[in-house]
Design a protein around this ligand. Structure first.
Ligand code: SF4
Ligand code: MG
Length: 313
């Protein structure tokens, strides 16, 4: 049995009270069980929206997300609760992800309680989850509050909470970008180890190619709500095909997680996502653009090991 997520058609997200932003347009991908996929792109490219839509934290106004053969838009009640336990999101800022008035014990007990785990079993599950994310001497943290932990410690607690109900898949949205550079690799190592040990399907959302490369065997490069290239991470790093992917790789020749690569080189002054260019959304920044790029939207095509959306291919 494989997991399939197909985000097809124009998947739009409701933002605020009234505005509808076409967050991702014509994005379609399948993720297989146990796969680790990086969604790489600058802010505003729609990658976080995909994460939130996959978690059903936002409802899509179009398109479809299918989990294990079942469109998630139709999930209600117990089925939705079950999906929510299987699908977990790890947020960017661990301090925003927890209730500051809850102790670490209470933070981790909450999902267990919601899932109907008897009170007598919870403490052992909490300790086991904290050991899984390699928080040293976990018992000493149970009565502490979030502000008494470092960012790196709290992100491990947040990971433990996401994993405590043994999910099938995890979406991590820039999980280390708020952390000190010196602790990032440690948190990423825990993430990789746990993923491998539990056989998790993971989606890792980031603007940082170095981090995606460290965590994911496959990368989906996005620009303005569209997939530009999708394929094995090492193939993209060593020989990017799409002009946008080429620019990303050129900016970070030897990606390594100990270095922080802030913004993408051509990320500034990107066109307004509400009013994208006609044809190829990358065309006003593409050094290779030609006539057809203005008139025709390039479709994703299989090129060897990957898929590329560019008229050059
Ligand atoms: Fe550049 Fe045209 Fe390819 Fe878009 S389709 S990336 S504008 S060459
Ligand atoms: Mg984001």
């Amino acid at each position: 049995a494989e997991l399939h997520y197909r985000v097809g058609g124009a998947l739009s997200a409701l933002r605020g009270r009234s505005s509808v932003v076409k967050a991702v347009d014509g994005v379609s991908f399948d993720i297989h069980r146990g796969e680790s996929v990086g969604l790489l792109g600058e802010s505003g490219c729609g990658k976080s929206s995909i994460g939130r839509l996959l978690m059903k934290l936002e409802d899509a106004t179009g398109g479809e997300i299918v989990f294990a053969g079942e469109p998630i838009s139709g999930l209600r009640g117990a089925a939705l609760k079950c999906y929510r336990a299987k699908a977990q999101l790890i947020f960017q800022n661990p301090f925003d992800a927890v209730n500051p008035r809850f102790t670490i014990r209470a933070t981790l007990a909450e999902p267990l309680e919601n899932a109907g785990i008897p009170a007598g079993e919870r403490e052992a599950r909490i300790i086991a989850a904290l050991e899984l994310v390699r928080l040293p001497q976990p018992a000493q943290f149970l009565d502490r509050y979030p502000h008494q932990l470092s960012g790196g410690q709290l992100q491990r607690v947040v990971m433990a909470r996401a994993l405590i109900l043994q999910p099938d898949f995890v979406v991590a949205d820039e999980p280390v970008s708020m952390l000190d550079v010196s602790v990032r690799a440690g948190v990423l190592n825990v993430f990789r180890d746990v993923r491998d040990r539990l056989g998790l399907t993971a989606i890792y959302i980031s603007h940082d190619l170095a981090l995606v490369r460290y965590v994911c065997e496959r990368t989906i490069v996005m620009y303005l709500g569209r997939i530009m290239e999708d394929g094995p991470t090492e193939d993209i790093v060593h020989e990017p095909l799409h002009p946008y992917a080429k620019a990303l790789v050129a900016a970070v020749p030897v990606p390594h997680p100990d270095q922080s690569h802030d913004p993408l080189p051509i990320g500034r002054g990107a066109p307004d996502p509400r009013n994208p260019p006609s044809g190829c959304v990358f065309r006003d920044r593409c050094p290779r653009a030609f006539d057809r790029c203005a008139s025709e939207v390039p479709q994703l095509r299989q090129i060897g090991t990957r898929k590329v959306a560019c008229h050059l291919f």
